[in-house]
Design a protein around this ligand. Structure first.
Ligand code: 3HC
Length: 692
């Protein structure tokens, strides 16, 4: 074996050369890896004793893509294209042997091999779109030539990883190897290619599938239309589509030129910067400075949930989906049965759309059982309480849990803002108590705020973080404070939205500005959807707020056909003259004069206080890092990914501008705009939010 460089080896076995990459963690295409590949193929190409070449990777995966940390820096060593040319133009068969994931640039490398062999667990994808990019090394031109236009559109705009079996069916893989036998299968394939004098297949030359879509612009029009809502605001999906159009309509090299131009535009733009930041921010959020990787974990083989309402049911589904049995405890039989029936209905709805088989529905439902007695929780490893947001009820439940649950069990509350230290104080094991704040609908929303109380043990934290990953959630560790991180920042925005209305902005103006910014909907449309009467008590309502008046008029949101908005028969929201009059009356009563408020002011008034609240949260140590706040807001509240999150956004507009505006608002509107001391300090020191 001879080392090409620190990450690449070349061995010749008989007449087959094997180039082995070993660049942990994911064999990303850093300068070193590109150099190793370039030199390795150059040597193997030139060696007359070598009749075929196998490329294989050590470690957990085949090449998982370009090295994302290198984007934006000066490029060193051979380019990816130079490596690809060396491989594709090899005068002997090149076989890529794939395990783990062949993603992005990794798949683009595999696509210039003449043949591909993979283990059944391997997965294939061009996930660049999730980084605000498109495949920049020929992937946009080669994937449609292999998989066809429809498949390429779907895979490249979703970033989905296709399993090996599907890859085999679409022609991306030539042969499946048995698990554990990748190397020998690829070697045998290479020898056979030599023996049978198989052609050196270049994907670039295969035009059959792209030609089939030529002259059919309707394919693209229909795809754009069907996905318009999903793609709204994002540049990358559209740019990926344009590259596939180029693959269909232009010769290969001209298609490549289109790809290069659009890639450059994206990689230097603000959206991709935010999306690449998000990639690393998500991974950072998993790291807890004082909870080391080797912290002992508590095995969680069964879960108990208290409360069979919407929240409890949704939480239960997460665990059943991961194969973990759940027992749900309710007070009354009818509530329990209703909860279980809702779960079944949800699964059946997924099945009717093709997301689950009938058998899977039964398997998952069988994992969720019900009980009316809390003693059923005695054997479980984790209990999650999901009942009303009332401290007295929660304390009562935790007192009982302390008596019932086995030693070592994790006792979690799904409270969205109550003081978990107070809840923990009624137990003799506060180290076992933690907040697991799921977002509604809990079986769908990605975010899990994991709330660390004063005495929560490191094992309980580490176990909760791991469990979150197991059930497909993005977890962020936060501290105890009213509303925790997400709802606390939401509160800052909601307050401003309500105040803006009393100054003369209409709910639909505010909603439009936030929708155009990229949120899925604005605060008032959101209230209408959730129901204006959440927390509203008819008996105590006295017309004191706009909401009171609307609820008293039975305008309680979409469910009653009217709220802040009127709704037509298709549930389209329409500005409401009724609401406008209610608002007007309120303003007149307060003695104020309604004024015209610019879109710019609406945006600044809604967003800057959120950033300021984020700084306060960091100041108080309730979030570990600024990027954690951004991950909460992206995954729990619909902050557009291409704008990074409130803290990232704050850095883009500049902390100094945020501070100056907050001071301006404070001078005219009062101390609710008082800048956080840390904001003043960081601006004075020239720091950014990302430094916090
Ligand atoms: N570049 C740099 N670092 C990367 C990386 C990449 N492409 N992919 C993963 N990493 C790093 C992660 O940041 C993480 O680092 P850390 O341990 O310091 O936090 C480490 O590798 C392990 O990653 P994960 O924690 O994500 O490990 P998993 O096993 O959960 O997932 C994976 C592995 C599926 C490969 C996942 O890491 C992934 O999706 N990676 C990105 C794949 C991708 O987007 N590829 C396209 C890149 S862009 C491109 O190729 C452009 C080209 O067209 C020119």
């Amino acid at each position: 074996m001879s080392a090409i460089n620190s990450v690449t080896d070349l061995t010749v076995e008989g007449d087959v050369a094997v180039i082995t990459l070993n660049s942990p963690p994911v064999n990303a295409l850093s300068a070193n890896v590109r150099e190793g590949l370039f030199e390795g193929f150059k040597a193997a190409n030139a060696d007359p004793a070598v009749k075929a070449i196998v490329l294989i990777c050590e470690g957990r995966t085949f090449i998982a893509g370009a090295d994302i940390t290198e984007f934006g820096g000066a490029s060193k060593g051979p380019s990816l294209t130079e490596v690809q040319d060396m491989m594709e133009n090899a005068p002997k068969p090149v076989v890529a042997a794939i395990h783990g994931t062949a993603l992005g640039g990794g798949l683009e490398i595999a696509l210039v091999a003449h043949y591909r062999v993979a283990v059944p667990s391997a997965r294939f994808g061009l996930p660049e779109v999730n980084l605000g990019l498109l495949p920049g090394a020929g992937g946009t031109q080669r994937l449609p030539r292999v998989a066809g236009v429809e498949k390429a559109l779907e895979m490249m705009t979703s970033g989905r990883h296709a399993p090996a079996k599907e890859a085999l069916e679409m022609g991306l893989v030539d042969e499946l190897a048995e698990d554990g036998k990748l190397r020998e299968t690829a070697m045998a394939f290479a020898r056979k290619a030599v023996a049978e004098n198989k052609p050196l297949v270049k994907v670039r030359d295969n035009n059959t599938k792209v030609e089939a879509a030529r002259g059919k612009p309707e394919i693209f029009a229909a795809f754009r239309k069907a996905n318009a809502r999903k793609f709204r605001g994002f540049l990358a999906p559209e740019y990926n589509i344009r590259c596939i159009e180029a693959a269909v309509n232009l010769p290969f090299n001209e298609g490549l030129a289109v790809e290069r131009k659009l890639f450059t535009e994206l990689v230097t733009g603000s959206q991709s910067a935010a999306q690449r930041y998000t990639f690393f921010a998500e991974r950072q959020a998993q790291k807890i400075p004082d909870v080391p990787d080797d912290t002992p974990l508590i095995p969680v083989k069964s879960v108990g949930i208290i409360g069979a309402g919407t929240m409890g049911g949704g939480i239960a589904m997460n665990f059943a989906n991961a194969g973990i049995p759940v027992v749900i405890v309710e007070l009354k039989e009818d509530a329990l049965q209703r909860g279980l029936a809702t779960i079944r209905k949800n699964y059946e709805r997924t099945a009717s759309r093709g997301g689950l088989t009938a058998e899977q529905v039964e398997q998952r439902c069988a994992l969720i059982t019900g009980a009316l007695d809390m003693n059923a929780l005695a054997p479980v490893d984790l209990v999650i309480e999901a009942v009303f947001e009332r401290m007295d009820i929660k304390k009562d439940i935790f007192t009982k849990l302390d008596a019932i649950c086995k030693p070592g069990a994790i006792l979690a509350t799904n409270t969205s803002g109550l003081n978990i230290d107070e809840i923990a104080s009624v137990t003799k094991r506060p180290e076992a108590v933690i907040g697991l704040h799921f977002f509604s609908p809990a079986n769908v929303m990605k975010l899990l705020e994991i709330v660390r109380a004063d005495h929560t043990s490191k094992s309980v934290i580490a176990t909760s973080m791991k469990l979150a990953k197991q059930i497909g959630k993005i977890a962020v560790l936060v501290g105890v404070c009213p509303g925790f991180v997400g709802n606390r920042i939401l509160g800052a925005r909601q307050r401003e939205a309500q105040k803006l209305v009393l100054e003369g902005a209409m709910p639909w103006d505010i909603d439009r500005v936030l929708f155009d910014f990229g949120f899925p909907m604005g605060p008032f449309a959101m209230s209408d959807l959730a129901g204006l009467d959440i927390g509203w008590v008819k008996e105590r309502s006295n017309g004191e707020t706009i909401r009171d008046v609307l609820c008293e008029a039975d305008r309680r949101g979409q469910k009653t056909g009217a709220g802040y908005y009127d709704y037509d028969e298709n549930r389209n929201a329409l500005p409401s003259p009724f609401t406008e009059k209610v608002i007007h009356d309120f303003i007149v009563k307060s003695g104020a004069n309604p004024r015209t408020i610019s879109d710019e002011e609406i945006l600044e008034r809604c967003l800057y206080p959120m950033i300021n609240e984020g700084v306060k949260i960091l100041e108080e140590g309730k979030a570990i890092r600024a990027s954690d706040i951004d991950i909460v807001w992206q995954n729990g509240y619909g902050w557009p990914v291409y704008r990074g999150g409130p803290m990232w956004y704050g850095d883009q507009i500049s902390p100094a501008k945020v501070l100056a505006k907050m001071k301006e608002f404070q001078a005219t509107m009062g101390d609710q705009f008082k800048p956080a001391p840390l904001l003043e300090k960081m601006v004075a020191e020239g720091k950014k939010f990302s430094d916090l």
